[in-house]
Design a protein around this ligand. Sequence first.
Ligand SMILES: Nc1nc2c(c(=O)[nH]1)N[C@H]1C(S)=C(S)[C@@H](COP(=O)(O)O)O[C@H]1N2
Ligand SMILES: [Mo]
Length: 301
Amino acid sequence: MANRWTNTLKDNDVTPESAYLNRRQLMAGAAAGVGLAGIGGQAQAKESLEPNSWEDITQYNNFYEFGTGKTDPAANAHMLTTQPWTVRIDGMVDKPGDFAFEDIMKAMTIEERIYRLRCVEAWSMVVPWNGFELADMLNLAGVQSGAKYVAFETLLRPEEMPGTRYRVIDWPYVEGLRLDEAMHPLTIMATGIYGKDIPNQNGAPLRLVVPWKYGFKSIKSVVRVTLTDKEPPTSWNKTLPNEYKFYSNVNPNVDHPRWSQATERKIGGGLFSQRIPTLMFNGYEEEVAPLYEGMDLVKHF
Ligand SMILES: Nc1nc2c(c(=O)[nH]1)N[C@H]1C(S)=C(S)[C@@H](COP(=O)(O)O)O[C@H]1N2
Ligand SMILES: [Mo]
């Protein structure tokens, strides 16, 4: 399929951060001249997104299966075995089954997407992901007409995941999207960062990225994807139902019961990391607001 973002990267391309940034600047120049086609191009052209460093992105993580501290995933996720890896796609699909990660990759076109990531804890980053549209993976299995939601599940392998010894949540980590959210072209499965394979602490070998929702919706190390006609349970809603609901769209006007969501701290500024205003739908309002037309975003937060 056409690449609507920048260059097409193969999964084995390695892009050093410096070369990557240079290419980005070139692309920004090109965008100013002729404009980039497609949805990602519009978002990119609106303002230049400066990606966080490889260190920021891979050393400051939430991946509770490896511990609840921000540096625990980087310290512990090397224990995770990601080969072989299969994703079970089941439920309301024509061809349910176990899909080998390599076979999925062969069928997909890998693109770059530079997205904001806004954690519900009010910090944020900008991440240059590599990946493919979730819609393309779902179409491999053939979504049936009655399907309305997509449920996701993370691997649960306690011997490789020291954090799962503690019942912080009811493991495995599960998440869900409405089918139209899942099929939206901004929704991707990420398999890389900065042109390299995605590190374990970021959700290897493949993780969901839904850039207009709080980070916890972007479930890591996915082993199962189930098409269903019922709203699926989600881990943080099950754990703290008054604080986290199904949609979890980034919204500066709806505070968390225990803190404001009006601003965020951008990681990487060191001691002087400044707070910046949080944007409606994390800056993707133009692209995704139509999905929620007529919906009460305060009630369905
Ligand atoms: N399986 C799983 N997925 C997860 C989490 C987790 O603890 N377990 N944390 C979520 C949260 S709260 C955030 S903010 C993002 C963080 O992604 P990153 O570490 O790649 O920045 O992953 C999300 N996906
Ligand atoms: Mo988060």
